[in-house]
Design a protein around this ligand. Structure first.
Ligand SMILES: C[S@@+](CC[C@H](N)C(=O)[O-])C[C@H]1O[C@@H](n2cnc3c(N)ncnc32)[C@H](O)[C@@H]1O
Length: 265
């Protein structure tokens, strides 16, 4: 993981180089549509209030849970006890990006969604709310954290979420056997290079022309920057959008030449 200072410097560079979609810089009608209809959609949807209320509850929750984190960012396979409120403060996608994921799902209507890294289930709720007719498969390795997420799904009455407990290294392959076609994947756990690229290859097997993959924290560490670089170069990838904290990947054959955009958000 990069130091705060390095991350801030990278963020400033991104802000300086990124396009805001106006004027020069974005010649793709698809990306222009994404910017104006999804990224810049300022409407307040009812799901926002419900899910943010749940986040607030998690931020006040003093209970402790045992966490066996299998991803980068903590020691490998180390079990530790953490307060729920500390997990809510440090491990979840914030409101801005949770709501962006909601709008992406609402706009493109993916039917089958995978999230790697459930944690307390806040982002899974946003993904589920975006398309009530879709199905969200969310994966979590820490079983005590997963059980909090299950309660949260019940509290919010999202019935279109399946939580798969266990290490992605085993559960992803097993679950994908029963998934015919994958429309959207949000990869937000285990920020290491080799596992992330392995998950990408597995997910790719079930992708289609319209699939969207979203990678979290693409500039978080040198390993994640290498992941992002390799994904951009992958022959199946036709278009990418770098929003700094997440990177969007598209595979549509409508984009004749590979295109990469860095958009301010
Ligand atoms: C950043 S959190 C996910 C946050 C969630 N997507 C949100 O925004 O609400 C990442 C989660 O992935 C889980 N995780 C990391 N590596 C894993 C692995 N190899 N198998 C299963 N779970 C893993 C961690 O336990 C952690 O809860």
């Amino acid at each position: 993981m990069y130091s705060r200072f390095k991350l801030l410097r990278k963020y400033c560079q991104y802000n300086f180089n990124a396009s805001n979609g106006k004027g020069h810089g974005v010649h793709s009608p698809f990306v222009f549509d994404f910017i104006t209809k999804v990224l810049q959609d300022k409407k307040i949807y009812p799901a926002y209030k419900k899910i943010e209320k749940l986040r607030e509850q998690m931020l006040q929750d003093d209970r402790e849970v045992e966490v066996a984190d299998m991803g980068a960012g903590s020691s490998v396979n180390k079990s530790s006890t953490r307060k729920i409120k500390a997990i809510a403060r440090t491990s979840l996608k914030n409101k801005k990006f949770g709501q962006l994921l909601f709008r992406i799902v609402q706009y493109y209507k993916p039917a089958t969604i995978i999230e790697l890294g459930t944690s307390l289930g806040i982002t899974a709720c946003y993904l589920a709310a975006g398309n009530p007719d879709g199905e969200v498969y969310t994966f979590e390795g820490a079983k005590n954290v997963a059980s909090i997420a299950i309660n949260n799904f019940a509290t919010c009455r999202y019935e279109n979420i399946d939580l798969v407990v266990g290490n992605f290294d085993n559960t992803l392959r097993e679950t994908l056997v029963n998934i015919f076609k994958l429309d959207l994947a949000f990869i937000d756990g285990n920020h290491r290079k080799i596992p992330t690229l392995d998950y990408f290859e597995l997910l790719l097997k079930k992708s289609n022309n319209e699939s969207i993959f979203i990678f979290d924290d693409i500039h978080w560490s040198s390993e994640m920057e290498e992941v992002w670089k390799e994904i951009k170069q992958h022959p199946a990838v036709t278009l990418t959008v770098d929003l700094f904290f997440v990177g969007l990947v598209f595979f549509s054959s409508q984009f004749k030449a590979k295109q990469h955009f860095t958009i301010r958000y």
